[in-house]
Ligand binder design. Structure first.
Ligand code: GDP
Ligand code: IMO
Ligand code: MG
Length: 428
């Protein structure tokens, strides 16, 4: 009855989508447990490239059941657009199941996300503008709209009306925007009901039964450890629990049933949006990583900020998630760099920190302490075992493994499904 959690170890875009896809046909269900269409997973299968935002990566694997868990926030318009786009390309999406307890991203929350960011000016978070933060805020404030509400018009109307009593005050009086009309919001949501109804189920029960039947379930995180609302670089985070603990609350699968926690970590570091980033490179090396790694957002197209590998945050991810295995991705992107620095600790006002500083103000002024490793020039895209790698690449992988306190069980050497070095089976 194995449940496996898959999380990002940095600030997102580590290659989680590809990693889930790799587990492929041996997985019976892939559950998205947090976030919404702020995520962007690019998966390359042969000549085909898929960009998924809201749907779990398992949707591309025939026979694997994709599940949108209770911890997710769902933009129903985006859901159907994404399903239609996949169907047009011949992907069978009929197995999708959506939790009735998941929250719905409403039009007023998409607007509030954007106007709040504008209002914050230079203090903005750099959100994806998809309404994620306001929707989770409503969930916690107990004024959210849930998937199950869409099927009960009086309940839906009462909830939307109650939420708008408050939201319209904010929109009109603080942000100088037009008020939203209850009828318009309700009609839009009701418009999705017929198509949505057959997809909705008690996903916690479904998943429990699957585990009892000995099925293998992957719980796939959106975002990543340093974007987690509790454990990330708050306030420059997303509004959900993107770490292994969130996999339990966001799916209803209890901690006692999780057998492995796999973290995806890039061979260097990237970040999208605002917030501290100690190893960020504002020079030609940053540009080089961005170009070689095609580091542009899958969701917003924004150029990703790039920097060297930060072993302090990766080690932190090991601790917070209880990582049992790492998948190291994008090693190929470092090919051709003569010397590769790795951040092993921080200097904060003259004091060495081997762990993440407790205080965000300290983290914001942390200066990386680097150790430098010799690079390699050979193309590594065809490597399928560690022995196929040039000596320096192998040594780089071994050095990182030592710093991050958990084994590296696979290494990515290119975007394609096949461009991977498998070291240890990720499934129990
Ligand atoms: P996610 O959000 O964690 O799923 O990651 P994204 O899909 O946003 O970003 C990862 C990008 O790296 C995608 O375009 C992948 O196709 C690509 N990718 C994944 N693994 C590798 C790898 O080992 N090498 C290279 N060059 N690209 C990779
Ligand atoms: P995947 O799943 C990278 C960032 C945004 C912003 C902050 C808050 O592809 O790794 P939000 O819209 O969530 O309120 O924005 O979080 N962010 C991501 N960065 N990858 C992601 O997802 C992200 N999802 C959100 O850029 O800084
Ligand atoms: Mg992404």
């Amino acid at each position: 009855m194995p449940a496996i959690v898959l999380v990002g170890a940095q600030w997102g875009d580590e290659g989680k989508g590809k990693a889930t896809d790799l587990l492929g046909s041996r997985v019976d269900a892939v559950v998205k447990f947090n976030g919404g269409n702020n995520a962007g997973h690019t998966i390359v299968i042969g000549n085909e490239k898929y960009a998924l935002h809201l749907l779990p990566s398992g949707i591309l694997t025939p026979g694997c059941r994709p599940v949108i868990g209770n911890g997710v926030v769902v933009d129903l318009g985006v859901l159907f657009e994404e399903l239609d786009a996949l169907e047009e390309r011949g992907v069978d999406t009929s197995g999708l199941v959506v939790s009735g307890a998941a929250h719905v991203i409403t039009s007023y929350n998409r607007t509030l996300d954007k106007v709040t960011e504008r209002f914050l000016g230079s203090s903005r978070i750099g959100t994806t503008g998809r309404g994620i933060g306001p929707t989770y805020a409503d969930k916690m404030a107990r004024i959210g709209i849930r998937v199950q509400d869409i099927f009960d018009e009086p309940v839906l109307r009462a909830k939307v009306s109650g939420a708008l009593d408050l939201k319209n005050q904010i929109l009109v009086k603080i942000y100088n925007r037009k008020a939203f009309e209850v009828d318009v919001v309700v009609d839009e949501l009701l418009g999705y009901a017929d198509r949505l109804r057959p997809m909705v189920a008690d996903t916690t029960l479904l998943l429990d039964r699957m585990l009892n039947d000995g099925k293998t379930i992957v719980l796939e995180a959106g975002q990543a450890t340093l974007l987690d609302v509790d454990h990330g670089t708050y306030p420059y985070v997303t509004s959900s629990s993107a770490t292994a603990g969130g996999a339990c609350t966001g799916s209803g699968i209890p901690p006692t049933r999780i057998e492995r926690v796999v973290a995806i970590v890039k061979a260097y570091t990237t970040r999208v949006g605002e917030g501290p980033f100690p190893t960020e490179l504002l020079d030609e090396y940053g540009e080089l990583l961005r170009t070689a790694g095609a580091e542009f957002g899958t969701t917003t197209g924004r150029p990703r900020r790039c920097g060297w590998f930060d072993a302090v945050i990766a080690r932190y991810a090991t601790r917070i998630n209880g990582v049992t295995d790492f998948v190291l991705t994008k090693l190929d992107v470092l090919t051709g760099i003569d010397e590769i620095p790795v951040c092993v600790a921080y200097d904060v006002a003259g004091v060495r920190h081997d762990e993440l500083p407790m205080n965000q103000v300290d983290f914001a002024r942390a200066v990386p302490i680097y150790e430098t490793f010799p690079g390699w020039q050979e193309d590594i895209a065809k490597a399928r075992t560690l022995e196929d790698l040039p000596r320096n690449a192998r040594d780089y992988v071994a050095a990182l493994e030592k710093m991050i306190n958990a084994p590296i069980s696979a290494v990515g050497v290119g975007p394609d499904r096949d461009e991977t070095i498998a070291i240890r089976d990720l499934l129990p």
